[in-house]
Design a protein around this ligand. Sequence first.
Ligand code: SAM
Length: 200
Amino acid sequence: MEATDWDERYAAAPFVWSAGPNQLFAELTGGLPPGRALDVAAGEGRTAHWLAERGWQVTAVDFSSVGVDKGRKRAEAAGLHIDWVVADVTTADLGTGTYDLVAVLYLHLPRPAMAEVLARCAGSLAPGGRLIVLGHDRTNLAHGVGGPQDPAILHDPDEIAAAVPDLQVERCERVHRETPDGTAIDLLLVAHATGGATAG
Ligand SMILES: C[S@@+](CC[C@H](N)C(=O)[O-])C[C@H]1O[C@@H](n2cnc3c(N)ncnc32)[C@H](O)[C@@H]1O
């Protein structure tokens, strides 16, 4: 989908995604000491908002200006500061050695582009910083519910792990997510950059 498609989708509803964070992401990060965080393909900013509420200094990037505007307004109303960036993550400068946490939630791109974005996300981590990738697994097509139906953009554990060869992988596995329509199968990667102290 192009940025204009996402703009239309975000313009059509007050909030397309839940206002609160993904439950597993909240469990994984709720105990981490706040630092600098990058939310890649932030959408309407549910993850950025939740992190900012917990004291993280957050940069949120998405190529949908409508999604970003919704996130910005919601954060302003809550008195939260988030650095919002409207940009295509396949070309944007994501920084180098900067972030204690990089979140990539439900971003689905064709394989070479996805791998390239994840490699740059890995490069944007400060020493000891953590990358969390969560998205629809390819097996969700046959055995789960919801999500994109194009296998070419769905995640596979081996492909995702291979995209970040310089990181220490803590978890790279399929996880189940319960939805009103049934069980969805997601891919979870948790990995950290070497050097420094890995919190949590
Ligand atoms: C399924 S939504 C997930 C949003 C958010 N991460 C969340 O979990 O709520 C996918 C998001 O990826 C964004 N996106 C897709 N391709 C992108 C690209 N090349 N550059 C920046 N954002 C992109 C879309 O605009 C959309 O907001």
